[in-house]
Structure formats: structure tokens, C-alpha cells
Design a protein around this ligand. Structure first.
Ligand SMILES: *Cc1c(COP(=O)(O)O)cnc(C)c1O
Length: 399
């Protein structure tokens, strides 16, 4: 298997077979290597490996065969030269910033990103002299205006969380490169099955493996994918020094998750479109945000840039927070949790959970209203999901 270059294969084959190196035991499924360190045949071999004259395992903070299999597979799927696995999606973002930025550098980020990412940029990196300005995802004039001579990094998620707005990755990559900055795309919502940002010109892809890559809500993990210099050297160098590493066990769970990723993403897309279409017809629902609907502002861009419209649907109910909470509290099947990308459908009120810590003005600017509900549409039967939501929508209307 080691001599096959899976980069030329389809994404489902890559997800099943990429990155695997069988041991002499000829195991079919990838083994887990729960070992903190590795031994050497001699002092000379130890010295050669520590000085990087000879490749090989040293210590699992930065090299472990199970983690490497996950990294190699994801690098192949995203079309990147290198991948570094991290302890969480947030540590993937932090590690990227710590590796590529210096005090005094500046970030321009979309405002429509994961709430904790807003907090990382806004509340934490600033203390180390890295300042961030936030702009609306699809306002290209605002992106351009926010760029300063010291801007080194542009950051975005597309589709955005939770409103599913779509940014033109190629256009923002051009803007970044014209200003000597890198474009970092958090590809959590699409996964490489639905979107490959590197092929569109992005420099770095971020993953929260916690979401669709696992797909069954079991482990927390993350990854950074990009070229050999920025990711293979700089990001790995920071990880080696600072230690936000992925455990071999979690890497193994993610390897198992990747095996069904292509299949799951297609099913997530199908269910999400059916549910979004149904929601758009319900009284008391004032808006449905889903890129697969023709009414979505960037429907055509999504159709061009993505291989599917994704599994996240958000919608607004009339009656603000009270009505939104009533819909959520009347569900019996859906899981009330802020997690997403799970095989089970989850329902969230962003304004009071994922985005609750963001200042209200920032929240309003990002379009996170009190009546907004986010669904991560799972793999259940759609009729059961509609019936579960219908109970809450009827109750909200009757108040
Ligand atoms: C969850 C999430 C993250 C953070 O990932 P963790 O694994 O929870 O640290 C980052 N970006 C997006 C889009 C997410 O949904």
C-alpha cells in the first residue's frame, strides 16, 4: 500500500486507504500505538534521529505512527503537502497563529466564525501584540479596507457559523497574496469531501476533527494542513515545542471516522436540503439559511465552489428568544447541544450559547438574532426530524 500515490484517487478512496502503512503483522485496520516514546538500536541512531539526519519516531508529542496515518490521510484528502494534528480545533488555530505570526502582526478575520475563535483572536492574541479586525464575511470592500501594512493573516469560515454565508475563497486568496498575507480557511463545515480550499488558492486549512471528521461525537481533535514549509516546518516546530498534540487513541478514532466521511457528507447534505425546504414552508418561520436553497444570497457561488451544500441549517422564528427556546424545548428526538457534525441531529440557540459570550453589538453585527436556531442535520429519517420540530413550531405559534 505504501507505494500507491492516493493523491490521484477519488476522495472516498483517499478517505479509506490514504496514509496507511501496514506493519509486519499485516493488520487490515490501522493499529493504535499507545506509547509515549520510541527506542533506538544505538546511541548513534538516537543522535541521528534527534538531529533529524535520519527520519523516525522519537517521542509522541510530535511523532506517533497512528497520528501520522491520520495526518497523511487528511493531507492527501485536502491536497496539501503537510498536515499537523492537534489536540483540538482551537489548538489548530492557536498553533497556526503562534507559528506564523510575530508581535505587531495583524489579522483580518470574518466576524461570522466559531464563537471561541472570535474570543481567541479578540481576547487572547491581543495580549501578545497580535491584533485582529473583524469584517463581514461577504463584504470584500471591508476586507480590503481592513488590511494594514502589518496584516499577515486573513481568516475565515465558509459556510459561516451559524448563518451559512459563503465567501469566494479564490477572491480572498488573491487579496491576501497581493498584501503578503496568508489565507487561512477553517474547513470544518464542508470537510474536504465538499470543499478543498487549497485548490482555490488558500494557504492553510484548519479542521476541528471533533465535528464531521469523527462524525459520531466521540473525541476532541484538530488539524492544520498546508505546504511543507509553513505547516511541515513552522507549525510542526511550534507543536513540538508547545505540545498541543493529538493522542494516538483519538487519531485512531478519527481514522475510523474518515472511512465513512464521503458517504456521511452526502447523506448530511440530502437530509439538510429536505429539512430546509420543509422549514421554509412553515408558518412562524421568518427565514431559513441554507446554501442549497435558491433563495440563499450566495446559492450560485456555493454551487460552484462546493461539491454539496453541507449539513448546517439555521432558521429564524417569529417571537425572539422566547419562541426559539420553546421550539428547542419541545423537541424530544433532537439533541440540545452546541456540538455539530454528529450523526445525530443537534439543535442550538446560538445567541445564548455558542455566541453568548460575544458582546451583543458584535453578535448583532454578525446577524445572530434572538430568534435564530441552528441545526446540525444528522442522519435520522427526515420525516422524524420534521415531526420533532413541528411540535415546537406549533407551540411557539400558539403563544
Ligand atoms: C468546533 C469548531 C472549532 C473548534 O474546535 P474544537 O475541536 O472544539 O476545539 C473551530 N471552528 C469551527 C468552525 C468549529 O465548529
Amino acid at each position: 500500500m505504501t507505494d500507491i500515490d492516493f493523491r490521484e484517487f477519488g476522495i472516498a478512496t483517499q478517505a479509506l486507504r490514504g496514509g496507511q502503512r501496514r506493519t509486519n503483522e499485516q493488520e487490515h485496520s490501522e493499529p493504535i500505538f499507545p506509547t509515549s516514546s520510541f527506542t533506538f538500536q544505538s546511541a548513534a541512531e538516537a543522535a541521528a534521529k534527534f538531529s533529524e539526519q535520519q527520519p523516525g519516531n522519537i517521542y509522541s508529542r510530535f511523532s506517533n505512527p497512528t497520528v501520522r496515518a491520520f495526518q497523511d490521510r487528511l493531507a492527501i484528502m485536502e491536497g496539501g503537502e503537510a498536515c499537523v494534528a492537534t489536540a483540538s480545533g482551537m489548538s489548530a488555530i492557536l498553533t497556526t497563529c503562534m507559528a506564523l505570526l510575530n508581535a505587531g502582526d495583524h489579522i483580518v478575520s470574518s466576524i461570522g466564525i466559531f464563537g471561541t475563535s472570535v474570543s481567541l483572536f479578540g481576547n487572547h492574541l491581543g495580549r501578545f501584540g497580535v491584533h485582529t479586525d473583524f469584517v463581514p464575511l461577504t463584504d470584500y470592500a471591508a476586507w480590503e479596507a481592513a488590511i494594514r501594512p502589518e496584516t499577515r493573516l486573513l481568516f475565515l469560515e465558509t459556510p459561516s457559523n451559524p448563518l451559512t454565508e459563503i465567501a469566494d475563497i479564490a477572491r480572498l486568496a488573491e487579496l491576501a497574496h497581493a498584501n503578503d498575507a496568508v489565507l487561512v480557511v477553517d474547513n470544518c463545515f464542508c470537510t474536504p469531501v465538499l470543499q478543498r480550499p487549497l485548490a482555490l488558492g488558500a494557504d492553510i486549512v484548519i479542521h476541528s476533527a471533533t465535528k464531521y471528521l469523527d462524525g459520531q461525537g466521540r473525541c476532541v481533535g484538530g488539524a492544520v494542513i498546508g505546504n511543507a514549509e509553513q505547516v511541515g516546518k513552522q507549525v510542526l516546530g511550534f507543536l513540538r515545542a508547545a505540545g498541543p498534540s493529538m493522542s494516538p487513541f483519538n487519531a485512531w478514532v478519527f481514522l475510523k471516522g474518515l472511512e465513512t466521511l464521503a458517504l456521511r457528507m452526502r447523506a448530511h447534505c440530502e437530509n439538510a436540503l429536505a429539512l430546509a425546504t420543509w422549514l421554509a414552508e412553515q408558518p412562524g418561520v421568518s427565514r431559513v439559511h441554507y446554501p442549497g436553497l435558491a433563495t440563499h444570497a450566495q446559492h450560485e457561488l456555493a454551487a460552484r465552489q462546493q461539491n454539496g451544500f453541507g449539513g448546517i441549517v439555521s432558521f429564524e422564528v417569529e417571537g425572539g428568544r422566547e419562541a426559539a427556546w420553546r421550539v428547542i424545548d419541545h423537541t424530544r428526538v433532537l439533541s440540545i447541544t452546541a456540538n455539530l457534525g454528529d450523526a445525530r441531529t443537534t439543535i442550538t440557540h446560538p445567541a445564548s450559547t455558542t455566541h453568548g459570550r460575544n458582546p451583543p453589538a458584535q453578535r448583532a453585527a454578525a446577524g445572530i438574532t434572538e430568534g435564530l436556531i441552528r441545526l446540525s442535520v444528522g442522519l435520522e429519517d427526515v420525516a422524524d426530524l420534521c415531526a420533532d420540530l413541528d411540535r415546537g413550531l406549533v407551540a411557539a405559534r400558539s403563544e
